[in-house]
Ligand binder design. Structure first.
Ligand code: BJW
Length: 253
């Protein structure tokens, strides 16, 4: 892969790196993105019917069942070379964090340590009434299951449209954006806010902004470097170039 030597030099000097990831980084693991015209989740399902608090109030059984099938699918997928490259990069810089919009848990599974899950995690559940995490519940056939504490419905611990993002995770993600030398936006269409504001925040605070995506996004005009391609191919090549690795070195670690 042809990588700009100026870019590689700047990345070699970077001490503080912050990352935003979106569905695209998990695409090569087999998790569908949201806005692909053919295979995207929202090409086949209406977010107003499935991914808002009102949708859950209107039809909790449908929403729970839909998330259950996505949870089953996400339980079977594994990290891809893009996730592993980021985990490798984290070990080699002073300050590093990933703010991910993904709910699949694949960054942690790949070994990344500092991960802010700003849209939640599908493998966790919480009470719709009390908004507290629920670890286990009676298997009495109720769909959705009921909170053992208050009897309210249990829902997936993900962030739906119109909902506030988890405050601590978002505050940490914002701080990382404001303090980094380099900000990487990877595999996101950069249209869902407030996540999409993070790369711009970083750029305005003086960071070098790099975008990795097969397609241009609204962020591309602001990026200092746009690396067109799949993250599972671009990221391993980038890590190899920045740390003078041959692919075997990375695989061996
Ligand atoms: C590859 C690849 C490969 C493919 N390698 N790349 C300001 C302005 C306008 C609107 C708003 C605003 N502030 C708030 C809003 C409303 C709303 C919003 O942003 N709407 C937009 C659609 C306009 N935001 C919210 O409601 C948020 N809450 C909020 O702001 O609260 C405060 C508030 C409340 C009320 C009023 C005002 C303020 C919450 C947003 C929650 C988003 N939830 C979802 C669902 C999560 C659960 C689930 O999975 O079911 O999160 S929606 C969906 O979109 C999911 C994603 O995390 C999110 C972002 O999508 P992502 O990851 O970018 O995926 P795609 O598919 O869009 O893009 C994939 C990219 O990958 C593409 O570019 C491909 O090219 C690329 N790609 N293969 C690398 N191999």
């Amino acid at each position: 892969m042809n990588l700009d030597s100026m870019l590689v030099q700047q990345l070699k000097q970077a001490r503080r790196i912050a990352v935003l990831t979106g569905a695209g980084i998990s695409a090569e693991s087999g998790v569908p993105t949201f806005r692909d015209a053919q295979t995207g989740v929202w090409a086949n399902f209406d977010p107003d019917e499935l991914a808002t608090p009102d949708a859950f109030r209107r039809n909790p059984e449908r929403v729970w069942t839909w998330y259950q099938s996505r949870r089953d699918m996400m339980s079977r997928v594994r990290p891809n070379p893009g996730h592993f490259a980021l985990a490798e990069w984290e070990k080699r810089v002073d300050a590093w964090s990933i703010a991910t919009q993904n709910i699949d848990g694949l960054h942690r599974m790949a070994g990344s340590q500092r991960v802010y899950e700003i849209h939640g995690n599908i493998h966790r559940s919480k009470c719709f009434v009390e908004n507290t995490l629920v670890e286990s519940w009676a298997n009495d056939g109720s769909v959705p299951p009921r909170c053992p504490h208050c009897g309210g419905f249990i829902r997936p611990d993900v962030v739906w449209f119109g909902e506030i993002l988890p405050q601590q995770e978002m505050a940490d993600a914002q701080e990382a954006a404001l303090r980094c030398d380099v900000y990487l936006s990877i595999g996101t269409s950069a249209i869902v806010y407030p996540a999409a504001g993070l790369p711009i925040m970083a750029k305005q605070a003086g960071a070098l902004l790099i975008e990795i995506n097969p397609d241009e996004t609204p962020l591309t005009v602001a990026a200092d470097f746009f690396l067109k391609g799949k993250s599972g191919e671009v990221l391993p090549a980038l890590v190899d170039a920045v740390f003078d690795l041959v692919p075997m070195d990375r695989a061996a670690n």
